[in-house]
Design a protein around this ligand. Structure first.
Ligand code: NDP
Ligand code: MG
Length: 391
């Protein structure tokens, strides 16, 4: 029996994880869960799974959940400190890191420092604190399972046996991207797209922030950096391949000319289940792949003129240090402004460019450097938005 701590329980990854826990009650138990403010959904989770501890983002949300669960013996808490506690508690075996954005960094790191098996969805934590994050993974001998579908696919396609094998026999990592809902839009068409259109991903059902990131290709940029940290490679070792059907979740190309791909219907339950039981596999109730129905798989190169975020992410990697945290912070602020209809869709990349160009870069010597860069870049992004300097 594996005790699961689910950070980001009320979100899209959270709900796929809960589905798997329900499907396999003999193997998994939800022992604790965290979310920010989704009271109603957390109350449902409390009644259905009866975990030992719940943490919400604020006292108000905590009180509201607690009041709706008077007869359940659950400890209710709030704030980041309590989230780090549940992520490192001794009775937890696995932590699913599925909080969205930089807000997930502290609790994800706490899980790593406590030596838990960590299932990483929260790519922003790895992007912003990459070196520190991976150093902690090595120091605490953590099993870090990427559950971002592409990275999970790459993990499955890489040689598993020995470290160093990657460098010796891998030619390239082929990171697939659906291209998002605006793949075939012109710049002019993208000028007036709405948050609702951006959040309607053609293949995946996801939270709003990652949906906008997918539409702007920033998600692929973040994933490029994520892959560099996870697999100890550089952006030049990775080729982004637009594959609109999202059936191949990524590939690894070897020196001998072999290319190994991981395929399946686009459903996050597959990578999450793999992370939960690796090296074993379990059933997920995901529809088996019907290749005759799919019939065709297409591939093309990304358009970096139309989607500059992808290039910005590679730039940030090569600049190094806190540049990645600054870019991530700018993007979080810009996406939020777009979702609240304060800026247009194409302004997201403009704001990201401005902030990356104008923010000083420091080495990532400690977490304070990352938090400092995040704060400065958020301020800068807000200044750019308020002054409309990007127009
Ligand atoms: P959602 O928006 O659906 O869910 C986000 C979750 O994070 C919610 O439970 C939310 O709580 C919680 N949360 C947000 N802010 C805080 C905070 N300050 N403290 C505690 N909890 C917080 O996002 P997704 O599930 O789509 O994505 C989660 C992460 O997984 C992201 O990093 C994303 O990039 C990554 N990912 C997602 C994929 C997907 O298919 N959805 C695929 C690959 C990666 P509340 O509901 O209360 O706001
Ligand atoms: Mg992904």
């Amino acid at each position: 029996m594996q005790n699961i701590c689910l950070l980001g329980a009320t979100g899209s990854i959270g709900s796929s994880t809960l589905d798997l826990i329900s499907q396999h009650p003999d193997r998994f138990r939800l022992i604790s869960a965290a979310a920010n403010e989704s009271v109603e959904r957390m109350v449902e989770i409390c009644h259905e799974f009866q975990p030992e501890r719940i943490v919400m983002g604020s006292e108000k949300a905590r009180d509201a959940v607690a009041q709706a669960c008077p007869n359940l013996s659950i400890q209710f808490d709030y704030d980041t400190t309590a989230m780090t506690e549940i992520a490192s508690e001794s009775n937890v075996d696995q932590v699913v890191a599925a909080i969205v954005g930089f807000a997930g960094l502290t609790s994800t790191l706490a899980a790593i420092r406590a030596g838990k098996r960590v299932l990483l969805a929260n790519k922003e934590s790895l992007v912003t604190a990459g070196k520190l994050f991976m150093d902690e993974v090595a120091k605490h001998d953590v099993t870090l399972m990427p559950i971002d579908s592409e990275h999970n696919a790459i993990y499955q396609c890489l040689p598993q046996n020995e470290s160093g094998a990657i460098k010796r026999s891998v030619d390239k990592i082929l990171l697939t991207a659906s291209g998002g809902p605006f793949r075939s839009f012109s710049n002019e068409q993208m000028l007036s797209v709405t948050p609702e259109q951006a959040c309607k991903h053609p293949n995946w059902s996801m939270g709003r922030k990652i949906s906008v990131d997918s539409a702007s290709m920033m998600n692929k940029g973040l994933e490029l950096i994520e892959a560099c940290w996870l697999f100890d490679v550089e952006p030049d070792d990775i080729e982004v391949v637009i594959h609109p059907q999202s059936i191949i979740h990524s590939m690894v190309s070897y020196d001998d000319g072999s290319v190994i791909a991981q395929m399946g219907n686009p459903d996050m339950k597959v990578p999450i289940a793999y992370g939960m039981t690796w090296p074993e596999r379990i059933t997920t109730q995901v529809e088996p792949l019907d290749l005759f129905e799919i019939a065709q798989l297409d591939f093309s190169k990304p358009d970096l003129e139309k989607f500059p975020n992808l290039r910005l992410a590679a730039d940030a990697w090569y600049i190094g240090g806190t540049a990645m945290a600054s870019l991530n912070a700018a993007n979080e602020v810009a996406v939020d402004a777009f979702l609240n209809k304060r800026i247009g869709f194409l302004d997201i990349a403009k704001i990201n460019t401005e902030v990356l160009e104008q923010t000083a870069v420091f080495p990532v010597t400690d977490l304070e450097a990352v938090f400092g860069a995040d704060k400065t870049a958020r301020q800068k992004a807000n200044d750019v938005i308020n002054s409309k300097a990007f127009l």
